[in-house]
Ligand binder design. Sequence first.
Ligand code: DAH
Length: 348
Amino acid sequence: MSLKEVLEELKQEAITKISESDSLAQLNEIRIQILGKKGSMTEVLRGMKDLTPEMRPVVGSLANEIRDVLSEHLEGKKAELELKAMNKALAEETIDVTLPGKTIKTGNSHILTQTMQEIEDIFLGLGYKIVEGYEVEQDEYNFERMNLPKDHPARDMQDSFYITEELLLRTHTSPVQARTMEKHDFSQGPLRMISPGKVFRRDNDDATHSHQFHQIEGLVIDEHITMGDLKGTLEVLLKKMFGEERNIRLRPSYFPFTEPSVEVDISCFKCGGKGCNVCKHTGWIEILGAGVVHPRVLEMSGIDSTKYSGFAFGLGPDRVAMLRYGVNDIRYFYQNDVRFLNQFNVKG
Ligand code: DAH
């Protein structure tokens, strides 16, 4: 076979190989096999030295021509394979924006926090300010200024954890009344406040008692405040919390810091008043204590009781949440079991 024929055959073989290759790596291999230092084309060209001087330019230009043709084929195939690879990558990496995303689990406020915030929002809407009290409180504010002197029998119901003789974990949020009243400047307008927070009692814990729970204290003081204002305010609160169809009922009661004092009930939101297990078959649910602020309480905090009067109330958000969500044991709120708490993740 002449060198020319060898070259022609080599060309045909190379063209076939190039056209059959299906990856860039393979194509590169082929390029090296043909045009590389030890490639077949190079090999053939090396044999040129054995040719006659007349044949050399002929074979030489043929070889150059073939090399150009093959280079062109290689380039063409390379472009084709690169395009294919790019299209494949584009197809594979397509993002389906309609697929549901991965939800990131977020925590949520404790259900008691949510309940208290809801109540706070209602009172903010009524023009009240929110006041924070002290969890460690003086006997003077917790009891004395609330008209519960040292020997008062009502102190028995509110035994607490004492830090010293005169310092204790507050048993109710009522001391915030005294702390707010003594600072209030009536030239700036009436006093309207609520104070949510933790309170503590030496209670034996059971389904409805916890040594730590929450209260929201409410206090309004101005000229001419009456029981009627109290009733209207509580009606707004309880209807917003338990539904517009609810009725409220005031029953006479006793608290040392209010006179008169009342216990406030709402008509049962489950049975509508007919009687069921939630309302213990009475049709009514006891929800908070309230009353007209005792003149002595006003005077002890430096307020002229002949000019000013007010109402106060104490509400238990734990009890509100238990009633609203059908939680039958107050201790669930304090055990921090996520299986319980996650049920109130309204954000999802
Ligand atoms: N401090 C009372 C308690 O813990 C609740 C209470 C009742 C607060 C009547 C008040 C009120 O402000 O007027 O049992």
